[in-house]
Design a protein around this ligand. Sequence first.
Ligand SMILES: Nc1ncnc2c1ncn2[C@@H]1O[C@H](COP(=O)(O)OP(=O)(O)OP(=O)(O)O)[C@@H](O)[C@H]1O
Ligand SMILES: [Mg+2]
Length: 238
Amino acid sequence: MAEKTEIALNLQNVNAGYGDTQILNDISFAVKKGERLAIIGRNGVGKSTLLNTMMGLTDMHSGSVELFGNEIQNLPSHERARLGLGLVPQTRDIFASLSVEENLISGARNNGRIEQAFSLFPRLEERKKNGGGQLSGGEQQMLSIARTLMGEPRLVMLDEPLEGLAPVICDMLMDVFEKLASDGKHTIVLVEQHAELAMEFSDRMLILDNGEIVFHDETSKVRENPSILERHVGLGIS
Ligand SMILES: Nc1ncnc2c1ncn2[C@@H]1O[C@H](COP(=O)(O)OP(=O)(O)OP(=O)(O)O)[C@@H](O)[C@H]1O
Ligand SMILES: [Mg+2]
């Protein structure tokens, strides 16, 4: 069935948190198909809570979330995944006791995808019989990303995927995100603390502060006026 909408994701007046505690206040924004959105903000402002809310992992108090034109706010996470939403969580959820191969199969919609996962991450193919818990931090992040991709998401949410990794691994992962973003099949939402990288990668930026959107516009606006970052994130750009 042809999709009528050009919008991949649309949040309207979302209030959400954990139990009765509200973290996100009146969040509304949309992401177009094929867009690269970077979400930045200081520690603890609600970036992960926002991605987790889209995935159905928090308590949503009110508002709506549409994915490719379908209302998903009342669906469990696995049904959101079936509709094309994928999350690479900040916590790098992999199974330490399963092998690399088994981890990938556990995320699969289609086992044939494993070859594609290995072509994106040759390191994982070399280690396919190793246990998830034996991998380095960088390899675990590759596995976490590859596992999410096995679900064939059309909208991929990445929560601080470069956190704590060596520069050479960060470059390699950014190349992978670049490939995904430019293959015409993926919309990408990247939460990233490195504002320079976020600016390089994205075509739109959203800044969160204290559970609210304080900026959402084209990345070129931030490039032209870096004081926006200074004001909302307390970051100077060199
Ligand atoms: N499972 C949870 N239960 C209760 N409160 C939580 C939970 N997870 C996060 N919080 C609270 O929600 C707020 C936002 O946290 P969140 O993890 O979304 O921030 P963040 O912007 O992703 O921060 P960071 O950059 O450090 O990852 C914080 O006050 C945090 O303590
Ligand atoms: Mg976070």
